[in-house]
Design a binder for this molecule. Structure first.
Ligand SMILES: [Zn+2]
Length: 455
């Protein structure tokens, strides 16, 4: 990791940004864009940013995947000829590991995030799918459990960056990440479900994705996806320009960014209003927007390695449903605390690496708590990332009196990371320590984490 600052701006008062490149090591332009930016900063360029910013850059996050260079990876990508591979050395996808943190890379990133507390995090990728007409697509944190004001600020920054990139003498076209797909839509909690909707569909809301999980910390996460069918050199330039445009947009709103992030932290501690935690999440109702549909030329590669797809310059504009946000159909209020008697070491380690505050009871303590009755446990047959993800069904019962034994893990929900803590601990959370089996041998007909709702 490389730190960039002008030596005059104090870390504590600066807007801090962390740019992570090459998480999927076949998606290579981020590391080039970051190194180019570092050279430019070293030569004194972009110095106007440094009166408000301290910047951190990770050019190659997936170092082991980066070393596994072959000409067989990402054949369809429009160059370069040889790239690294997606997974890390353990075979894990680092952009599915942000909750369970099984990879040393994830634990190092979470430790850095906890230490630096960046206001802004970029995760730089390359697309895999649809032939669209954009140079680069992006996404904010898509979790439905982010602070609303941080979500609004993130959208405003992306809108500012989009406009600035389009206004350049050589315009760079950007839009929300997605793919052209025909999918059934469940109505997003409203009675308007439809079968087979062709549209522009975003990806996923769950916290296992770096940007989604980062947003749960009351901070601004930005996913960048350069268009894989654009030439390699063009992808480097659009990624570089996108990061710079977002930094400039944030610079123009620096005071607002600092205010909004600390206010979002404070709302969780002071709770002027109840805070809702949502689950049973699906795509929100779509917006009908113009989307640029692109086309590609097929280029057979030497040695019969396959076909490369190179973007053609023309595109057509098509209005279609754009599914770029999610909605949770069930909400529960955040409690005062969660407690877990005789906690598994892996759960304690997970909370610690995420930076969530907790304490261990030294003496027994009587409490009024609510337990979650498990009606059903579901698991897929096929493993995913080495796990068979556990899905619980059930409901909280009425308050009961319990005596918590010494050694009980007590997680106060009045803390800045309470949204993340709820994601990790609530039984119906769609991406929790329970999902990744860390509580499975402790989950009978009662879920082992209890809610304390009043003190
Ligand atoms: Zn990727």
């Amino acid at each position: 990791m490389v730190r960039v600052g002008n030596g005059h701006v104090d870390e504590g008062s600066a807007v801090r940004a962390l740019v992570v490149a090459n998480i999927h090591a076949g998606e290579v332009e981020g590391k080039e864009a970051v190194q180019q930016l570092l050279r430019e900063f070293a030569l004194g360029q972009h110095s106007e940013l440094l009166d408000r910013f301290v910047l951190y850059f990770v050019p190659i996050y997936n170092a082991d995947g980066n070393e596994k260079v072959t000409t067989k990876n990402r054949i369809e990508q429009n160059g370069p000829d040889a790239v690294g591979e997606r997974a890390n050395a353990q075979g894990l996808d680092l952009n599915r590991d942000f909750v369970k943190a099984e990879a040393p890379e994830t634990r190092a990133l979470l430790t850095a995030i906890h230490k630096i507390d960046p206001h802004l995090l970029f995760d730089l990728h390359t697309t895999d799918g649809s032939w669209h007409g954009y140079d680069l697509t992006y996404a904010p944190s898509l979790s439905t459990n982010c602070d609303g004001q941080i979500a609004a600020l993130t959208r405003a920054l992306l809108n500012d960056a989009t406009a600035a990139l389009l206004a350049r003498s050589s315009p760079i076209r950007t839009f929300d990440y997605g793919n052209f797909e025909t999918r059934d839509w469940d109505g997003g909690g409203a009675p308007s479900s439809q079968d087979g909707v062709r549209g522009w569909w975003s990806y996923d809301h769950r916290a296992r994705y770096v940007v989604n999980g980062f947003g749960l910390r009351n901070r601004i996460g930005i996913l960048s996806e350069a268009y894989s069918n654009a030439p390699f050199a063009a992808r480097i330039q659009s990624t570089r320009a996108f990061v710079l445009a977002c930094l400039h947009a944030t610079h123009a709103r620096a005071a607002e960014t600092l205010r909004a992030t600390s206010a979002a932290d404070a709302r969780l501690v002071d709770r002027p209003e109840p805070i809702a935690f949502g689950y049973q999440t699906g795509f929100a109702p779509p917006e009908r927007l113009d989307v640029l549909v692109g086309d590609c030329q097929r280029i057979p590669l030497a040695d019969g390695r396959g076909i490369r797809f190179a973007a053609l310059p023309d595109h057509v504009v098509e209005a279609m449903p754009v599914f770029r946000s999610f909605r949770s159909s069930v909400q529960i209020e955040l409690p005062e605390a969660w407690v877990l008697p005789s906690p598994p070491a892996a759960v304690v380690a997970a909370l610690r690496v995420h930076g969530i505050e907790f304490r261990i009871l030294e003496i027994s303590e009587p409490v009024t708590a609510r337990e979650f009755g498990v009606a059903k446990k579901r698991k897929p047959k096929r493993p995913y990332q080495g796990h068979q993800e556990l899905v619980l069904e059930g409901a909280y019962g009425l308050p009961v009196q319990r005596v918590l034994p010494p050694g009980t893990l007590w997680i106060d929900a009045r803390q800045p990371l309470a949204r993340l803590a709820a994601t990790l601990l609530e039984p119906l959370s769609e991406d929790s320590v329970s999902t990744w089996n860390l509580l499975e041998d402790r989950t009978s007909d009662v879920y082992p984490v209890l809610r304390i709702e009043s003190r």
